[in-house]
Ligand binder design. Structure first.
Ligand code: GLN
Length: 307
C-alpha cells in the first residue's frame, strides 16, 4: 500500500470510535447528518489525491467557504480596500459572536460570521445573482469541479438565520455593511450551502498551499499574494475561540464549518480535509481536530518547527 493512504486509513479506523461532540442542529437540515460519517482526503502539490473513509460523501461547505470568498474579495478590491471593511485580528469569540469594532461596526476578521457577511458583500457583480454566480465559480475553481447548492440546507438556513440577519442589520446601522441586508445575507446563506466532499475541500486547501494555483487543474485561481494573506488569517482566526490552542498543537492554517468540514494547509506541501459532523463546544469537528493533530505530529508539519 501507499504510505500516505495507509496513514489516512489508519487514522480513520482508529478515530472512528470517538463519540464526543454533537451534530449542529440550529440549522434544522444539518441535524440530519450521520454522526458516524468520517472521511479524510489529501491533495499534494503534484495534484495527487489520497483518501480514506467517506471522502466522497457530500455535505455543505458552511464556514469553510469563508477563506475562499475572502480571497475573492481580496482579488476584486485589493488588500487595502478589504482591510478598511473587515479586520484581521482574532476575535477570541464564537463564530456567531456579535463582536464589532466600537464606533465603526467593522468586524474583527473574515472567519467569523459578521466578517464573512461583509466579505461576501464586497464581491463584485451587477446584482445579487451575478455576485453569487461569481462566488460559486470561485469555489468551483478552487475545488477543480463545478459545485452546486444544496437547496434544502439553503432553505433551512434562510428560514432560521435571524442571528445572521441581526448581525447584518447591526453592521449596516454602524456603516460597516452597504446594500440590501436581505440580499447580502441571502448570498451568504447560499455560499454556506454549496455542496462539497472531503476530496473537494482537500483540493481547495491544496490550491492555497500551491500559491493560489489548483494543483489538479493547473488553473491559477488567485495570486500567490492573495493565497498567502488568506492562509495568514486562517492561521490566526480559522478555528474561532480555539485558534490559539490549534496553532499551538497543530501549527497549520485551518478552517472549520458547522456541517463537519475541516481543512488545513501545509504550505508548499499539501491541502488536507476531514469530514465528520459531530462538533465540540467551539463549533469545530471533534474527529477532524483529533485527526489533523495526529497528522501534524506524525509528519512534523508544525509551521514553527525548523525544517
Ligand atoms: N452558515 C453557518 C452560519 O452562518 C456557518 C457557520 C459555521 O460553519 N461555523 O451560522
Amino acid at each position: 500500500m501507499e504510505p500516505v493512504t495507509d496513514a489516512l486509513e489508519e487514522i480513520c479506523r482508529r478515530l472512528a470510535g470517538v463519540a464526543d461532540g454533537a451534530v449542529a442542529d440550529y440549522i434544522p437540515q444539518l441535524a440530519l447528518a450521520d454522526p458516524a460519517a468520517f472521511g479524510l482526503a489529501l491533495v499534494s502539490m503534484d495534484g495527487h489525491r489520497y483518501q480514506a473513509g467517506d471522502a466522497h460523501t457530500p455535505f455543505t461547505i458552511q464556514s469553510v467557504s469563508k477563506p475562499f470568498v475572502y480571497a475573492l474579495a481580496l482579488a476584486d478590491l485589493g488588500p487595502d480596500a478589504v482591510a478598511a471593511r473587515v479586520g484581521a485580528e482574532p476575535s477570541g469569540e464564537a463564530f456567531n459572536a456579535i463582536s464589532l469594532e466600537p464606533g465603526t461596526g467593522r468586524p474583527a476578521n473574515p472567519m467569523v460570521n459578521a466578517g464573512a457577511i461583509v466579505a461576501t458583500s464586497l464581491v463584485r457583480g451587477a446584482d445579487a445573482g451575478e455576485r453569487f454566480e461569481r462566488i460559486r465559480a470561485c469555489l468551483s475553481a478552487f475545488a477543480g469541479r463545478a459545485l452546486d447548492v444544496d437547496e434544502e440546507v439553503y432553505a433551512s438556513e434562510a428560514a432560521t438565520g435571524d442571528r445572521n440577519r441581526a448581525l447584518a442589520y447591526l453592521m449596516r446601522a454602524a456603516g460597516a455593511l452597504d446594500g440590501d441586508v436581505g440580499e447580502e445575507v441571502d448570498t451568504y446563506f447560499r455560499q454556506c450551502s454549496v455542496r462539497v466532499t472531503a476530496c473537494d475541500l482537500a483540493a481547495m486547501a491544496a490550491t492555497l498551499a500551491h500559491g493560489g494555483a489548483n494543483p489538479v487543474t493547473g488553473e491559477q485561481v488567485v495570486t500567490e499574494d492573495v493565497a498567502t494573506r488568506v492562509m495568514a488569517v486562517m492561521a490566526t482566526c480559522g478555528m474561532y475561540d480555539r485558534a490559539g490552542t490549534w496553532l499551538l498543537d497543530v501549527g497549520l492554517p485551518a478552517k472549520s464549518g458547522v456541517a463537519g468540514g475541516l481543512i488545513a494547509v501545509s504550505p508548499a506541501r499539501f491541502g488536507i480535509a476531514v469530514y465528520s459532523p459531530p462538533l465540540d463546544e467551539a463549533g469545530n469537528p471533534v474527529r477532524g481536530v483529533r485527526a489533523l493533530t495526529e497528522v501534524s505530529r506524525r509528519f512534523g508539519l508544525h509551521m514553527m518547527r525548523p525544517a
